[in-house]
Design a protein around this ligand. Structure first.
Ligand SMILES: Nc1ncnc2c1ncn2[C@@H]1O[C@H](COP(=O)(O)OP(=O)(O)OP(=O)(O)O)[C@@H](O)[C@H]1O
Ligand SMILES: [Mg+2]
Length: 623
């Protein structure tokens, strides 16, 4: 690290610390007060020890007797100083701890809050691992130097006081102090500067080692089935070796500097004794003063280290702060509007002249257009199927419909109101998306479905489960609704996970349901039963909703009132399934191809094993 940049790091690090102090000024004042009290008492203790030696010990040795009063006074003074020092340490530690952990908690909250405000486009550009470390280790790193900061500030005050008291005692001894204290300070600075890059490297390697381990465990299935155990182990071992070497480098540096930092004050004490003896002979100082100053040098060594601790943490703090503020300063959140829709019956969804392109990962590249001039309507209570080859933009349309992203041009409306004008609550209660990739929380079945939304009781949960054809398997689970489903729902089959996420959407009684290939892992008969149930719910079930469904299976598509055929982000045709079959060759090819794939799948029995359909729900799907 060039000295210019490291000076820059120290300047910016001090700015970050200044910000911390501005956020928690009172606690910081308490901690510094404790630290200054401690520092003052360190100096005082040196002079009391000097006085005890000069006025109690020396007379006792020389005359063989001391007044009990003097001894008692010395004892009280030493005891009083110790008690006050404890108070000072307590105030400093408590204040520093409070300040550090409060800042950490506050910034964790701010960062995670920001994640929820930032648009999906921002999340697409940022890896999950990065987001986790932003909220965790980066926030922690930013506020690491807070712990030793009050100690360091108190120590600076103490050093000034110590030099001042030296000058009052004797100028020659003060000169020794003026040589030793700055040298100690400089040694600390050099130490921190050398240490910082080594520690940063160790920190980075630690993250990489755990990253590799995490990936290998996560991909255990691939690693095992592809016979990559040896390569994975080698990859891990290489990085672990690097980490070991880098930690040894840290230890080596410590081995050199720690003894130096210990030795320097001792050399100072030695210099004080040499100079002091001369001054004592000259009659310039007393024994009391000489002992006081010599003692002062030995007790100062430790607090001076605190300055080094702060300096050593500054680079890490600046790096952490940069990563945290990148999140806090990120823009592009989608502000919600003020309009609330009436909660009556199925909603009408309309796309009008919608254009959309994902932001490029590199800001200077042009975004590629994914959707162009997309226009269609899902009338209230109707079911519209979205059909198109992979990559055509079906999931993108689904995201636009529930406003996970906003169009670049054109409008998406619900009941005639631009979705950008709706409140967050109104949008969430009106439209629900069941995503292509189901997500299940590591919680109970009940919590996964109700999500703690108000007004959803167990009866609603069961109703939603029935509609999603999931009541059978949930009832068979060991603890029913209270069953924990494991991380990402690992204890469930793919189709069970899909039906749980469907039930979650249904439990909120949405007026528009957007199903993005949400039943692909479910047996086709069950899928058709689900859709039929959604279109014409039985009494006591959530009311009917308008449905936009991304579909592949002929049986599913045939249930729709209208089919929208999409290719390369453009609506190529729309009409009933029969009309499109008769007029659009691409559509025929696609549906036929799906059907063949479907048949092969069925023959290979790759479907989710489902509980037999409850009687009465068997329906004719062979249209
Ligand atoms: N987060 C993203 N960032 C950049 N491009 C994306 C992103 N998501 C999708 N795309 C691109 O947008 C296009 C449409 O993707 P989309 O997911 O909407 O297709 P799809 O019709 O749902 O496909 P599939 O049938 O495979 O689910 C694709 O070309 C895809 O590469
Ligand atoms: Mg998709």
């Amino acid at each position: 690290m060039a000295s210019g940049t490291s000076r820059d790091v120290i300047r910016r690090g001090l700015w970050v610390l200044g910000r911390a102090i501005r956020e928690q000024p009172r606690i910081f004042a308490v901690a510094v007060a404790g630290s200054v009290l401690f520092g003052g008492l360190v100096i005082a203790s040196a002079y009391v020890v000097g006085a005890v030696v000069g006025d109690v010990v020396v007379p006792a040795v020389e005359a063989g007797e001391v007044g009990t009063g003097t001894v008692a006074l010395a004892a009280v003074a030493l005891f009083g100083i110790s008690v006050l020092r404890v108070v000072g340490i307590f105030g400093r530690r408590l204040g520093a701890g409070y300040m550090q952990f409060r800042l950490q908690a506050a910034y964790r909250r701010r960062v995670t809050r920001r994640y929820l405000d930032l648009p999906l486009a921002w999340h697409h550009r940022n890896a999950t691992g990065t987001l986790l470390s932003n909220a965790n280790s980066d926030v922690e790193a930013a506020w690491y130097p807070i712990a030793p900061l009050p100690f360091a500030v108190g120590t600076l005050v103490m050093l000034v006081g110590a030099v001042g008291s030296l000058f009052v005692t004797d100028w020659a001894l003060a000169l020794v102090g003026l040589a030793v204290f700055p040298a100690l300070f400089a040694l600390n600075v050099v130490y921190s500067r050398r240490m910082a890059p080594r520690q940063a490297r160790a920190q980075r390697l630690r993250a990489e080692v755990s990253g590799i381990a995490h990936e290998s465990f996560d991909g255990a299935l691939v690693v095992k089935t592809m016979g990559r155990e040896a390569q994975e182990t080698a990859r891990f071992a290489g990085r672990a070796r690097e980490l070991r070497d880098s930690l040894i480098a840290v230890g080596r540096l410590r081995g050199v500097f720690d003894p130096l930092l210990e030795t320097l004050p001792s050399l100072g004490t030695l210099a004080v004794l040499v100079v002091g003896t001369v001054r004592l002979r000259q009659g310039a100082i007393t024994v009391t003063e000489l002992v006081s100053v010599a003692f002062l040098f030995t007790v100062l060594a430790f607090p001076v280290r605190a300055i080094g601790w702060v300096l050593a943490e500054l680079p890490r703090s600046v790096a952490g702060w940069d990563r945290v503020s990148r999140v806090l300063d990120a823009t592009g959140e989608m502000p919600y509007g003020e309009v609330t829709l009436d909660d009556a019956g199925p909603a009408t969804l309309a796309f009008d002249g919608v254009h959309f392109g994902y932001e490029p990962a590199e800001a200077h590249l042009p975004g590629t257009s994914v959707l162009g001039e997309v226009a269609f309507t899902v009338p209230a209570g109707r079911t519209v199927a979205l059909v198109g080859p992979t990559g055509a933009g079906k999931s993108t349309i689904a995201s636009l419909a529930v406003r996970l992203v906003d169009p670049d041009a054109g409008t998406v409306t619900l009941d005639g109101v631009d979705v950008r004008r709706l409140t967050a609550a109104s949008l969430a209660s009106t439209a629900a998306l069941v995503a292509q990739v189901p997500f299940v929380f590591d919680d109970t079945v009940r919590a996964n479905i109700s999500l703690d939304r108000p007004g959803i009781d167990d009866e609603d949960v069961w109703a939603a489960l029935r509609l999603a054809e999931a009541d059978g398997f949930v009832a068979a689970l060991p603890d029913g609704l209270d069953t924990m489903v494991g991380e990402r729902g690992t204890s469930l089959s793919g189709g069970q996970r899909q039906r749980l996420t469907l039930a979650r959407a249904l439990a909120g009684r949405p007026r528009l349901l957007v199903l993005d290939d949400a039943t692909s892992a479910v047996d086709p008969r069950v899928e058709a039963a689900i859709l039929a149930g959604l279109r014409a719910p039985a009494p006591g079930q959530p009311a009917a909703a308008s449905i936009l469904v991304v579909a592949y299976r002929r049986a599913t598509i045939a249930l729709a009132d209208e089919v929208i055929y999409l290719e390369h982000g453009r609506v190529l045709a729309r009409g009933t399934h029969a009309e499109l079959l008769a007029t659009v060759p691409g559509y025929v090819d696609l549906v036929t191809a799906y059907e063949q794939a479907e048949q092969e799948r069925a023959e290979n029995r790759t479907y989710d094993e489902v509980a037999p359909l409850p009687t009465g729900l068997e329906i004719e799907v062979d249209r």
